[in-house]
Structure formats: C-alpha cells, structure tokens
Design a protein around this ligand. Structure first.
Ligand SMILES: *Cc1c(COP(=O)(O)O)cnc(C)c1O
Length: 429
C-alpha cells in the first residue's frame, strides 16, 4: 500500500514476521479497492480509518505547498469540525453535479465513487439489479431531488400521491415546485390503501408522475407492483418512497417485481436501513442516466459526512452480518406479533390484520394518544398512538375502524426491548 523502509531496526526475521501481519491487514482494504463490492465480512475500524485517512490526505487542503487563494479553501477552524467530516473538509460534488469529481478533493471524490459502487453491489447482492448513489440528504429531500429531475426531464407539473400520512413526501413534492393530487385511500378489511383503479383515474396522461409509498405504518398498504404496471401502461414516471425497504425481503421482493415495470427511481434512508446517524439517503434505479440527472438536481457542494457514514456502515457491517441482521429483524417481528396476539386476547383487543413486515398495530379502547404519552414516560420511544379520526395517523380521510397503537420491530431492534415494550403496554393498555 505504501512502501516504508523498516530495515535494520530489528532482527530481519522479526521484521519479516511484522511485515506479514501488516500486509495481511492492508490486503483487506486493498481488496475493497480492487473488488469495489461490499465485503462479506465486516472490516475493523482501524482499517476503515486508515483507508479514510489515506484518501483524505489526497485532498488539496492537505497539500503542504498548496497556494490557496479561493473563497472556499476548506479553512476549518477546529479539529473537532474536521473529525466530524473525517477530514474530507472540501466535501463532495461540484456546483454543476453532485456526483462529479471535485478537483480540490481527489480523495473525497474517490471515496464518493467507492461508496456508490459498494451501494450498487450491496443492492445487487440483495437481488436488485440497479445502480445506486448515496445522497447527502435524508429521504424527504432525496425524493425532492428525484421529482425535480422528473420535472426537468418530462415537464412534469403534477404528482399523483396515493395518500400516506407523512408530511415529508408531501413537502418534497411542494419543494420540487409541483402540485400534488391526492388519491384517497379506502378500507379493505383492516387495511387502508388507495385502489389502483382510482390511481388510474387520477392519472392525466401528460405531465404527471406517481409517488408511491412502499414502506409505511399499518394499516396503510401499497399495491406497488400494480402501480408500477399501471405506470408502465400509461407511460407515467414513477418514484417509489422505500424509506426502510432495504432491510426486509417482503419489500425487496416487491421492488424486484415492480422493477420489471415502470419505476424511475427508489429512495431509501441510510439511517433506517444502514445504521448511520440521520442525514443520508440512497437513490437507486435501473436507469443510470436518470440517476445522473437526479444528481444534477442538487444545488451545490455537499458535506462529505453523510456519504462517509454510508461507506463506513457498508464496510463495518459487511454483507454477511447484514443478512443476519435481516434474519434477526424477521424473528423480532414474529416475536412481537406473538406477544401482541397474547396481549390482545388477554385484554379483549385485536391485532390489525395488515401485511407489514416491520410494524404491528394493536387496537385499544382507551385514548391511544394518552397511552403513547404514558409509554413515553415509561421511557419507551417509538410507539405511535393513533385515534381513528386522525387522518394523518390512519392515512384514511374518513374515520377508521379502531383506535390503535403501532409498535415497530425494525432492523437492529433488541429482542429484549420487544419483551419489555409489550410488558409496559400490558401495564397501560
Ligand atoms: C422516514 C420516512 C420519511 C422521512 O424521511 P427523512 O429521512 O426524515 O426525510 C418519509 N417517508 C416515509 C415513508 C418514511 O418512513
């Protein structure tokens, strides 16, 4: 990796022995750069740090002889700040295009390219034949980038939004300068979803796109594959909000099927799927050219921090461990359902019958908001209490059938916490 002269310090056989260890370790990061795919085994932090340090030492602000007279020369006051961006002080991207190499930051540019290649290989290993890039913004803003690209590419003016009660996609549409047309949801059994016929009616053939929502709280479901078919038939662009889709095969299978029809791009969150701090997104698509156009929507340069965090997760977790985490998530959800079913029987409540691989909902005769408040005071975070007339909570504009509490068993949830939350729920429900 770097030639270093270690000779004549210690006996030669010891030096040889030391070099074997060093080379074996360095091989691990060399392999990442050769194969450019997510490693099977997670890589230890010292080696990831070495790789990042080495790359950041390529950026021009580290050049001891550089003559720096621009208005933006990565003049960073504190090491605390430098550490927060892993020394990639120049950030990533150019004003013209987020994913283009930045001349002042060759190291950060390689780091970004590597991240995108690892992401692409990661999704491929999960069965999605797409290209991907990491964004320096979370899901909502990443959706805006996609919609803005649709607007430029196709002259889209209106976005058909099968209603899912989340403010961030709705704001994403408005930020992209587009009008929103809601398609109301209906109740089917316990499930709430927008009938595909109604989406079809809402599609005005020219100048509209569809924003569908793959991952959502119960009782909302989405007929993603049917929507993708419809968009294919009607020639309507289609963006998928798959905020936490990557962690579970139920969602990945739907995406695989939908990708056979019309899906222009999918957005997922790095914190919800990849264990990063909040602030990053992943955009993926079969159409590499369209991804480039999406990256053109980003106005300016960006902090390297969300990108490096994505890279670190991919390297540190490794594919094998990620698959285990997916399996553990599935088991946690099964455990949650089992415990909630027992609790429901005991308290004369019921589990909502909704196909959702992450979250479960249990009805309550008490005020669900009050219950959620009590749980919060019992130091439980995450449950949502939804009243049946809360249109945003239920994703249904009429009055839903029940008041209920939603509990999540997302990737990374501790089994112990599943037991504990149901115990706390038993105290208050
Ligand atoms: C989390 C989430 C969002 C918002 O994501 P941010 O990362 O906070 O922008 C939007 N839609 C859905 C379905 C989500 O789950």
């Amino acid at each position: 990796m770097i030639f270093m002269n270690f000779s004549n310090f210690i006996p030669e056989h010891m030096e040889r022995r030391g070099k074997i260890v060093l080379e074996e370790n360095l091989r691990i990061i060399e392999r990442v750069l050769e194969q450019r795919s997510v490693p099977e085994e997670g890589i230890k932090e010292e080696l990831i740090e070495l790789l990042l340090t080495k790359l950041s030492l390529m950026d021009t602000d580290k050049d001891p002889r550089a003559i720096r007279i621009g208005e933006r020369e990565a003049r960073v006051w504190s090491k605390l700040q430098e550490r927060s961006v892993f020394y990639f002080n120049h950030g990533v991207g150019r004003s013209g295009n987020l994913i283009d190499p930045q001349p002042k930051a060759p190291g950060a540019s390689i780091m970004y390219k590597l991240t995108n290649q690892l992401l692409t290989s990661f999704l491929k290993k999960l069965g999605l034949k797409v290209k991907a890039f990491a964004t320096p913004v979370a899901t909502g803003l990443s959706l805006s980038l996609c919609l803005s690209a649709l607007r430029r590419k196709y002259g889209i003016r209106e976005v058909i939004y099968p209603f899912a009660g989340h403010k961030s996609p709705i704001k994403a549409i408005s930020l992209a300068g587009l009008r929103m047309r809601l398609v109301e949801t209906k109740i089917f059994g316990d499930t709430v979803k927008a009938p595909v016929e109604d989406i079809e009616k809402a599609i005005k053939k020219d100048r509209c796109a569809v924003l569908s929502t793959l991952t959502f709280f119960p009782p909302r479901e989405e007929d993603l594959v049917e929507i993708a078919k419809l968009c294919e038939e009607e020639g309507v662009p289609h963006i998928v909000n798959g905020a936490y889709a990557i962690q579970n095969n139920f969602y990945l299978d739907k995406l695989k099927k939908a990708l056979k029809y019309r899906v222009d791009a999918i957005v997922s969150s790095t914190d919800k799927n990849l264990f990063t701090p909040i602030g990053g997104g992943i955009i993926y698509s079969k159409d590499e050219k369209f991804l480039k156009e999406i990256s053109l929507s980003y106005p300016g340069r960006a902090s390297a921090n969300p990108i490096v965090n994505t890279l670190i997760s991919l390297l540190a977790i490794g594919f094998k461990r990620y698959k285990e985490l997916m399996k553990e998530q599935k088991e946690s959800k099964e455990l949650l359902d089992k415990l909630l079913t027992e609790l429901a029987e005991e308290k004369n409540e019921k589990l909502l019958e909704v196909k959702n691989p992450i979250a479960s909902a249990i009805t309550t005769k008490k005020d669900p908001i009050e219950l959620a408040g009590k749980l919060y005071n019992l130091r439980v975070t995450g449950p949502r209490g939804v009243r049946k007339d809360d249109k945003f909570g239920t994703s249904y504009l009429g009055v839903y059938k029940y008041n209920y509490i939603v509990i999540n068993a997302s990737i990374g949830v501790r089994r112990d916490d599943i037991y504990k939350v149901v115990e706390k729920l038993r105290e208050v429900i």
